[in-house]
Ligand binder design. Sequence first.
Ligand SMILES: NC(=O)c1ccc[n+]([C@@H]2O[C@H](COP(=O)([O-])OP(=O)(O)OC[C@H]3O[C@@H](n4cnc5c(N)ncnc54)[C@H](OP(=O)(O)O)[C@@H]3O)[C@@H](O)[C@H]2O)c1
Length: 260
Amino acid sequence: MDSALQGKTALITGASRGIGRAIALKLASLGCDIAIHYRKNLEEAQGLETELKSRFGVSVSKFAADLSEIGEIHRFIEEVKAAHSKLDIFVANAAATAFKPLAEIREHHIAKTLNITVTTFILAMNAFKPIMPPGSKVITVSGIDTKKYCFNHGLLAAAKSALETLTRYYAVESAPEKIFVHGVNPGLVDTDSLKVYFGSSYEEAKAEMSKLTPMGRLMPTSDVAEMVAFLCSRAADWMNGETLYADGGAGFLMPVFSQK
Ligand SMILES: NC(=O)c1ccc[n+]([C@@H]2O[C@H](COP(=O)([O-])OP(=O)(O)OC[C@H]3O[C@@H](n4cnc5c(N)ncnc54)[C@H](OP(=O)(O)O)[C@@H]3O)[C@@H](O)[C@H]2O)c1
């Protein structure tokens, strides 16, 4: 086992499913104790806890909080601080939104989307920085919608663009404490959120989206986790403030000229 992360503690928001779950498994495989955040899916969180303990022998703590609510953000932060006197890695992964055209967006959609992605990140960073030792890593998870127009993604894309900006700003403002802040912007990843987004046309959409990448498939969650593990390593220190963009080459393809 690569013991570089042995004895470190990683908090991952939205870890019960999808990308967050894959990140928890990867960091645990490198020796990290894991703090799982989830919204309400206790069964999935418990399943992950059992798997992390039995496969990797790491310690696990769990925190449930709906981060779209300000009061819940504060409770979550206080509970994490009460349970952990030290955090070495903080992965801001959780996200949710109302997938709608911008013309149909209402005030509460804006508040909830920004609360999860932006407000939580700022309040958590400010609360956790004092318990993050020098060399700690913060990883934000952005989305392809900041780079490409995705139907009904306008609000989430705006929140993620803010998150990428905050990644750069916190990298500068956390440098005196030697805390590194990185981002990852994966391409299309096959998770529950794609199923929610596409509904009954999920399989058809997945087949179409797969054609849009040179490798003819979507990115597996485990590949996103590999990128996060790299960013958590010392090798990535000088990428401070950067959001790593990984779409498998999809963005380079010119639609008509790239058809096989
Ligand atoms: N899937 C993609 O194609 C893709 C591509 C690029 C970037 N991303 C980004 O990657 C991250 C993870 O996406 P995913 O596809 O893995 O998501 P997912 O499978 O839908 O999982 C969402 C996670 O976030 C939690 N969550 C949902 N609503 C929440 C709320 N109101 N407050 C707090 N936590 C909440 C869920 O908890 P429960 O299980 O308790 O509901 C779950 O752990 C997101 O930031 C997403 O924008 C995804």
